[in-house]
Design a protein around this ligand. Structure first.
Ligand code: ADP
Ligand code: 5GP
Length: 310
């Protein structure tokens, strides 16, 4: 698909920073750009092999604007809540990468090894569940109608059309995790990342951004085939989208890029990245330190009891 999006056009579009790139089916992309200090966006629609033409519009965004404001208000209400005065959330980790690159494998390993430290933001999607996927655990599987209603009501921090389906992160999905004082892991596509980077959520959530790369698109295709969860046409669509996603991602300011060649190495790299980021809030760090000290004291007391020393 990336032949429809020449590298130069992508650079042109992303250079300005603030904006949202959405895919309108194969070959046509819409880019909504918010000028600094203005709430009126300009929209550029790109047709295959066309240079984008910017045009002013007043019609596309009342809903988007309402959502942006509502999400900001919701997030602020959480952090301004007097009952949560001393609450400062751990920084979320946003993990992005093309479908089949191994995001779920890495996230599942992390949450399994550190169940108290990490929690997964359960997205909404209008795609159907795959074998083995559980509603409310892997995704909130929903209808397009309900999803659109929720979007209208400002329930989402971000949402995007991916592979002809809608995916989105609700405010609740994130706060459910952060209010447990866990590091919230979000698995979202490049469009979602761009929305977060350009919205109040970037400031409110203060997340870190990680991109997972495949060794090559061919390897990615092989993984999707061996995962055997998607039809051949769905795999083709995911592979085609991957090229576009890799191009867009290369221009976004991710904090780290990890190549998932060998899973163990990628997992090691992921943990190393997390270690260096200080994602835990001060309260959680203090608590961990206290527990460590308590643990040491209890150990010392047990040893004393066993050896009879005073
Ligand atoms: P994503 O969540 O990014 O769509 P998955 O975690 O589902 O990707 O991984 C896609 C497939 O590739 C799965 O079958 C998974 O077991 C496999 N896989 C993940 N990482 C590796 C790796 N490093 N080497 C080989 N296979 C992998
Ligand atoms: P899959 O259908 O393979 O589970 O996911 C397809 C793509 O949708 C992946 O790139 C994944 O990161 C992305 N995705 C999953 N949840 C969300 C979400 O809440 N928001 C956005 N923008 N993308 C999502």
């Amino acid at each position: 698909m990336h032949q429809f999006l020449p590298a130069m056009n992508a650079r042109l579009l992303l250079k300005g920073g603030a904006g949202l790139l959405t895919m309108g089916g194969f070959g046509a992309y819409t880019y909504t750009k918010y000028q600094k200090g203005s709430l009126s966006p300009t929209v550029a629609t790109m047709e295959p092999a066309q240079t984008p033409k910017l045009q002013t519009t007043t019609t596309t965004t009342p809903t988007q604007e309402a959502n942006r404001i509502a999400v900001g208000r919701l997030l602020r209400r959480k952090t301004n809540n007097p009952h949560l005065e001393s609450f400062s959330a751990c920084r979320p980790l946003i993990i992005c990468g093309p479908s089949g690159v191994g995001k779920s494998s890495l996230i599942k390993k992390l949450v399994a090894e550190y169940p108290h430290d990490f929690g997964f933001s359960v997205s909404h999607t209008t795609r159907g569940p795959r074998t083995g996927e559980e509603d409310g655990v892997d995704y909130h599987f929903t209808t397009t109608e309900d999803m659109l209603d929720m979007i209208k009501d400002g329930k989402f921090i971000e949402h995007a059309h991916v592979h002809n389906r809608i995916y989105g992160t609700s405010v609740k999905a994130v706060t459910d995790v952060t209010h447990q004082r866990q590091i919230c892991i979000l698995d979202i596509d490049v469009q979602g990342v761009q929305t977060v980077m350009e919205s109040t959520a970037h400031v409110e959530l203060n997340p870190k951004y990680l991109f997972i790369r495949p060794v090559s698109v061919d390897v990615l295709e092989q993984r999707l085939i061996s995962r055997a969860t998607d039809s051949l046409s769905a795999i083709n669509q995911r592979v085609a989208t991957a090229s576009f996603e890799l191009e867009v991602a290369a221009k976004l300011p991710f904090d780290e890029v990890i190549v998932n060649d060998k899973l163990d190495q990628a997992y090691h790299d992921l943990k190393q990245f997390i270690d260096g980021q200080r994602l835990k809030c001060k309260q959680c760090r203090d608590e961990a330190e206290l527990n460590k000290k308590l643990g040491k004291n209890i150990k010392r007391m047990k040893t004393k009891k066993r050896t009879g020393s005073v």
